[in-house]
Design a protein around this ligand. Structure first.
Ligand code: TYD
Length: 205
């Protein structure tokens, strides 16, 4: 039997990576991946895109994130799913749709690229969007002391608010998704996610 492909999405500071880790502990026979990165080429691209000293356009970013995605889909995701492993991804093309559109890339370009890069994985079996307001995310990132350090994390609350809106729009292109209230404590968010996974994809357990 083929594996399933599940994606966890959210703003920086939404608790996405914590929930990704928890879900991966609960799901049988899974492969935990993250975007951008995971493969050697993907990790090299990750270092490039996270380097604020390298100037580039929003379109360049769209292509860079998509190139990392092609490598991941072709060398990791497709073989894993074919062999029956469940792939649980921290981010996917929805991040490109949300972040790069807000940076100024055109929506149609980003979606076309996403389809090309993700191929048959354009529509995951389930996307879980952890919804937290931009203000709350900023507060959490600030508490972590990360705000100014990172190219993407240093843009301010309006940027995050726009990214959240772009996420909610982009989700309309995905058949199966849930929006979870990420303002709850970790346990509450996790309980909502597990309930949705058990109802929609019982084969994961
Ligand atoms: P992430 O790994 O979630 O952040 P962290 O460094 O906290 O682990 O993601 C890195 C950044 O890249 C994040 O700010 C979102 C951004 N990003 C895009 O702009 N476009 C994309 O397509 C992806 C996958 C990420």
């Amino acid at each position: 039997m083929k594996g399933r492909y599940v994606v966890i999405e959210g703003l920086d500071g939404s608790g996405k990576s914590t929930q990704h880790e928890l879900v991966c502990k609960a799901v049988e026979n899974n492969l935990a991946i993250r975007e951008p990165g995971f493969t050697p080429a993907g990790e090299a691209i990750r270092s490039l895109v996270k380097d604020p000293a390298i100037p580039r356009s929003p379109r360049t970013n769209s292509f860079l994130f998509s190139a990392a995605r092609v490598d991941l889909i072709d060398t990791v995701v497709r073989p894993a799913i074919t062999s029956g492993q469940h792939v649980i991804s921290d981010r996917n093309w929805l991040s490109t749709a949300a972040y790069q559109q807000v940076e100024g890339a055109e929506a149609a370009d980003v979606l076309q690229l996403a389809r090309l890069a993700a191929k048959e994985f354009f529509t995951p079996d389930l996307v879980i969007f952890i919804d937290v307001s931009a203000k709350e995310c900023q507060k959490r990132l600030f508490a972590r002391g990360q705000t100014a350090k990172d190219y993407f994390d240093s843009k301010g609350v309006d940027y995050f608010a726009n990214v959240r809106e772009a996420y909610l729009d982009a989700l309309q292109n995905v058949g199966h998704y849930i929006v979870v209230d990420g303002s709850q404590p970790v346990d509450g968010v996790y309980a909502d996610i597990m309930r949705a996974l058990k109802a929609n994809l019982p084969q994961l357990f």
